[in-house]
Ligand binder design. Sequence first.
Ligand code: BTN
Length: 253
Amino acid sequence: MNEAGFDPALLDRLDPGWRRWLVLCAEVGSTNDRAGELARAGAGHGSAVAAGRQTAGRGRKGAAWHCPAGEGLAFSVVLRPRLPLALWPRLSLVAGLVVAIELERLGLAARVKWPNDVLVGARKVCGVLVEAGAGFAVVGVGLNVNVGAFPAELAGTATSLQHELGRPVDREPLLVGIRHGLLCWLDEASADFAAVLAALGERCALRGTRVRATGSHGPIEGVVSGFGPGGELLVEDHGRLTRLVQADEIRPV
Ligand code: BTN
């Protein structure tokens, strides 16, 4: 193990070239911030930062991200998408999809809770934070791999891979696999977004569930019917269709 808690020999077996794209830090504030700094200094598409410990890891809407050192996986990938800027919101969907597919390889039925949480059962196992800079995006992934215990406020809604599988899971294959998946599926999102939507549709956590959400036009309630052609969430209520492009927390009711 190195000081960031990753096994270089295992990384060598998974990807002998990993030192060219991955920076391992024992401790950082936030891997998203560090990746952003690297991107501004010219780091290329697919460069990544992983940390043993984040002192200021954050989630969406400024929330803190709980990730005990050595138990969770916290990393960020620099992407330089060829997509027009207006389509960059697709990155969140792609990231959720990639994580769900990676967890399926472990035998878990993972689902994407729009836009980019990944759930196992009804519990959140992974959160994604996408931040855009000039000519690049940083995709930050926080995955509860071997997290044993959650703070009281998360105990009822969060889970970890170790908890779901009943055994500890190596973090290195997840890091390598998710980063690789992001690069592949980002190409797919540029070439054939319908294929991304089809893959997402098979993994939609809320399909058929009655939800409440606050969209750009205020609060809405209805049943999730899937994803629209632009990746928006479709919510139907008595024949009235709402296309959620952006929303605060979506809660089943
Ligand atoms: C969320 O669910 O609100 C998103 C959580 C994203 C957490 C990850 S951990 C790695 C990266 N660095 C951060 O500061 N945040 C993201």
